[in-house]
Design a protein around this ligand. Sequence first.
Ligand SMILES: Nc1ncnc2c1ncn2[C@@H]1O[C@H](COP(=O)(O)OP(=O)(O)O)[C@@H](O)[C@H]1O
Ligand SMILES: [Mg+2]
Length: 280
Amino acid sequence: MIRLENLSLVFGLGTEDENEALKNLSLTVNPGDFITIIGSNGAGKTTLYNAIAGTYPLHGGRIFLSEGGAPGPGGRPPEREITREPEYRRARYIGRIFQNPLLGTAGRMSLEDNMMIAREKGYRGLKIGLNRRTREFFRERLSALGMGLENRLTDNVELFSGGQRQALTLLMTVMSRPSLLLLDEHTAALDPHNAELVMDLTLRFARDYNLTVMMITHNMSHALATGNRLLMMDGGEIILDIGAGEKAKLTTAGLVQRFKDIKQKELASDELLLDTGPRV
Ligand SMILES: Nc1ncnc2c1ncn2[C@@H]1O[C@H](COP(=O)(O)OP(=O)(O)O)[C@@H](O)[C@H]1O
Ligand SMILES: [Mg+2]
């Protein structure tokens, strides 16, 4: 789906604050992968997403995308290089959801207008206006969230709670049919009940729409319980990449031990170690 080859990204290059946030990082994300990503604050997780999404230019490395189609030479799907493609163009096929539930929707616009934007992004056919049939279609999609939003089409989105807005962001992003969905602690700002709700929706949509997902989380037990693959980042590198089989057997204590074995040091005493609570 996406292939990262030796990515390097340096902040403050040539200054005394020079900081290599991605160090020669390589990764192949396969179609249908659901990858969870953990790592201490400052490990480079968000920077990795910024690199994939094209937010910052890279100092080195290349990014390739394959979106299905007939296999090319060697049985692999045909790839195209997107290293220099601007962020707004990548946004057509890369969906991204942030921790802040206000970022994914336009608060001053009605729910149906927000839904219209999402629909047009994913709909590659003829554009149509907001009529009875589209409203029916929106109601049907919204009722899947189980929040009663299907009855509030003309309400401005700013009236909704954080949990409702993040669930809506998720639905709208999925409706735009992204080839890759990047989740950056997208439930961390919600209360435990809504966090669980949005997490359940995430898993359901990923399965129903056959999505390829990368999910950054602070919650180690969630990272272990979710998806088919787990990455641990540290110092701008992927220091662990484990598949479903090994993941199923690992405990959070085992994961911490793996970190110690690799880095020959204790895991920094931040939330990666401490926060195994309800935040997901
Ligand atoms: N826009 C930026 N300008 C300068 N330094 C940055 C910027 N974004 C991130 N960094 C630095 O890059 C490193 C990785 O940050 P980040 O990717 O946000 O970590 P994480 O998401 O794993 O907590 C950190 O040292 C951080 O301070
Ligand atoms: Mg981050």
